[in-house]
Design a protein around this ligand. Sequence first.
Ligand SMILES: [Fe+2]
Length: 168
Amino acid sequence: MALFSKDIRTMEDLFMHQLRDIYYAEKQIVKALPKMIDKASDSDLKTGLRHHFDETKNQVTRLEQVFEMMDGRAKTVDCPAIDGIIKEANEVIGDVEDKDVLDAAMIAAAQAIEHYEIARYGTLIAWAKELGRDDCASILGQTLAEEKAADKTLTQVAEARVNVTAAA
Ligand SMILES: [Fe+2]
């Protein structure tokens, strides 16, 4: 996010910029998830990723709702951070052959994505409140809760996988 862009003068400009950034990120995640779902072996991981794929599509719609509430058109701004996280995920996934190790790599990649989103939504919610837009904050809060739950599910799948592997 080009924080020092001259177009950003007010807190509202900054909020809208970050909204476009996460809108771009969510759209990239919608594109990235099917490949991960396809490659996952663990059935809980597959189910969890599939569930989050549906949630993510709804999160895109929620962001469009927030744009509308802010009287703005839904626009994206390039987000090199999420591009980098997804690129790295694809590289690692492409390199791993063992299916258990591949699952572990994908869980790690998915958690990096979730943590990025959690950071972004946390900030957006704080800024929305600062701008007196509790209505927007509450919609963004629904997404934040989903991202946190997705992260927790990934941890549970990872721990179950480690336990099974350790027992084998
Ligand atoms: Fe998301």
